[in-house]
Write a protein that binds this ligand. Structure first.
Ligand SMILES: Cc1cc2nc3c(=O)[nH]c(=O)nc-3n(C[C@H](O)[C@H](O)[C@H](O)COP(=O)(O)OP(=O)(O)OC[C@H]3O[C@@H](n4cnc5c(N)ncnc54)[C@H](O)[C@@H]3O)c2cc1C
Ligand code: SF4
Length: 543
């Protein structure tokens, strides 16, 4: 294909990703410029068809960072409509629910039950009023470097490249967004962030990042089952004691209930299916009544970081920095990361603004170490890794760490990478999941349907196998192709070739909801998730 000149746009700062981190960064940059009486060109690009389309969270929202960013958010109409009023923490057995004392980190007084997608839509409006340019439907596909190896911006992907790699009649070349500083706010397991971490060795000296997958549905429930402000978390059934995870059930406004299940991606059994564990969970006698007479509105899934303090990478590199879940600031015991994502975006904005003003030594890492994020994450750093001791061992250790040691233990527990944790299928017990009833539990394809996922069909695959032969030689033979089960969208299927009966991995990329689990959990790290054409992916209404 002949080289085509790409259009070029120049800014002071380009932000990749319109999540809470990226939008908070953009707003803070404009506030700082206004206060200094200077002009600053700030642009945000977002791969979703609109801001919020790819945002999936719980979410109970702690407003600490928002209070600092836009203290008059109430008057400005931020969609924080449902204060959290009651916390319940349950331990489930197959038939019973036992109420446990709510751990202090999970007290939600002062927090709000929200749709994070809607909060992002509102933040985007605030950012635009301050003069930030926001371009949804544009995926950053490539990091641009100058001859000294400094990041000088990103390029959006070409549109209209066919499956065979050749331009079609829809062809439009990507755009180069050139910036003095580029902030990567791609969220958990960002595809460009992954390449930056590798290129600049940003993980040297830190623990590996660890992850979980969260599968979520939004329901409209019958009025008699709706308790706005109720927050329920469960542990135990249907997971075995060695698998980390649990559920959330948050009652929002307008008879809506967000229900989801989160499972640590360090799980061992290749037969485990996070999707089916979630479906099974909803049928528990203490849970299913919430949904009787209700209607499922939406479905989706997303990976989240669990590494916490010891997995924070180096954040700065020449020409930019990582912010939010692209780096990983989730407070796991709190099950919250939007407040820290926003705060890290704000701190990065302040640092970058100082750098642009001539303070070449300012680093995001130093600034973050001075912020409340550092102390918050330091105190809880040992809780998630302690669950290596199993459910009861982890709960006991966590109680000791919280109440006696108060997060100041003279040791730090370490993490192992999730992709090394699977045991061979021959050593693992098979798990029989019940058939969905179509009322409370559902199958994958009808679920993906209500995620409104859409990709241009004629485009190169955005799920790339580094070595296609490993799909059968290793994944299938050793682990019975776990991607068939951990993918929450049914993208990966083992099919038999007609005639020969040979097994082959079929990738239904158009179903992908961009959760990034395959990029994380593949035992050989053989799957690379790269951005599809901008605008492709789920279209979540208010997840
Ligand atoms: C199931 C689940 C439940 C959760 N519950 C809670 C909760 O109750 N409370 C809480 O505080 N936190 C919760 N979290 C965590 C919280 O959602 C995250 O910490 C937060 O969303 C991180 O914000 P972010 O801006 O860093 O990334 P994200 O919210 O992931 O946003 C990143 C944005 O960047 C875009 N993007 C990515 N790559 C590109 C690219 N190359 N080009 C253009 N755009 C790109 C994405 O489409 C997305 O819009 C939960 C997370 C999950 C998955
Ligand atoms: S293909 Fe990968 S990123 Fe897409 S939905 Fe499946 S596991 Fe998630």
């Amino acid at each position: 294909m002949a080289e085509v000149e790409r259009e070029r746009m120049e800014y002071d700062v380009v932000v990749v990703g319109a999540g809470p981190a990226g939008l908070a960064a953009a707003i803070r940059l404009k506030q700082l410029a206004a206060a200094a009486g200077s002009e600053l060109g700030v642009c945000v690009i977002e791969k979703g068809s609109e801001v919020g389309a790819h945002i999936l969270s719980g979410a109970v929202f702690e407003p600490r960072a928002l209070n600092e960013l836009l203290p008059d958010w109430r008057e400005r109409g931020a969609p924080l409509n449902t204060p959290a009023v009651e916390d319940r923490f349950l331990y489930l057995t197959a038939n019973r629910a036992l109420r446990l004392p709510t751990p202090p980190q999970m007290h939600n007084h002062g927090n709000y039950i929200i749709s994070l997608g809607n909060l992002c839509r509102w933040l985007a409006k605030e950012a635009e009023e301050l003069g930030v340019e926001i371009y949804p439907g544009f995926a950053a596909a490539e990091v641009l470097y100058d001859e000294d190896g400094r990041v000088r911006g990103v390029a959006t992907g070409d549109m209209g490249i066919g499956r065979d790699g050749e331009p079609t009649e829809r062809y439009t070349p990507g755009v180069e967004l050139i910036a003095r500083e580029t902030l990567f706010a791609e969220g958990c397991r960002g595809s460009l962030t992954k390449t930056l971490i590798e290129r600049f060795g940003l993980r040297e000296g830190t623990d590996p990042q660890t992850y979980a997958i969260g599968v979520k549905e939004l329901w409209e429930v019958a009025p008699e089952h709706h308790q706005p402000g109720l927050v329920v978390h469960t542990i135990g059934w249907p997971l075995d004691k060695g698998t980390y995870g649990g559920s959330f059930l948050y009652h929002l406004e307008d008879r809506q209930v967000a229900v989801g299940f989160v499972i640590g991606l360090d799980y061992k059994n290749p037969f485990l299916s996070p999707f089916e564990e979630f479906q099974r969970f909803k049928t528990h006698p203490a849970i299913r009544d919430f949904f009787a007479g209700g209607r499922r509105i939406s479905y989706g899934a997303r990976a989240l970081n669990e590494g916490g303090f010891q997995s924070i990478p180096r954040l700065d590199f020449p020409g930019g920095a990582l912010v939010g879940c692209a780096a990983g600031f989730i407070n796991v015991p709190k099950i919250k990361g939007s407040h820290t994502a926003m705060k890290s975006g704000m701190v990065a904005a302040e640092t970058v603004f100082a750098r642009l003003g001539g303070d070449a030594n300012a680093t995001v890492r130093d600034a973050l170490q001075r912020s409340w994020i550092w102390d918050e994450l330091y105190r809880v750093r040992n809780i998630r890794p302690s669950f290596r001791l199993g459910l009861w061992g982890g709960l006991l250790y966590s109680a000791l760490d919280t109440y006696v040691l108060r997060g100041r233990a003279p040791w730090t527990l370490h993490h192992h990478p999730d992709h090394t944790q699977l045991i061979p299928a021959s050593e693992a017990p098979r798990i029989q999941y019940p058939r969905p009833d179509g009322q409370i539990s559902f199958d994958r394809l009808s679920s993906v349907f209500i995620s409104n996922t859409n990709h241009e069909e004629d485009q190169p695959p955005h799920l790339r196998l580094r070595d296609p032969a490993k799909a059968i030689a290793i994944n299938y033979r050793l682990y019975d192709s776990p991607e068939q089960r951990y993918c929450p969208a049914g993208v990966y299927e083992i099919v038999e070739e007609a005639g020969t009966g040979e097994k082959r991995l079929q990738i239904n990329a158009q179903n992908c909801v961009h959760c990034k689990t395959c990029d994380i959990k593949d035992p050989e790290q053989n799957i690379d998730w790269v951005v599809p054409e901008g605008g492709g992916g789920p279209n979540y209404p208010n997840m």
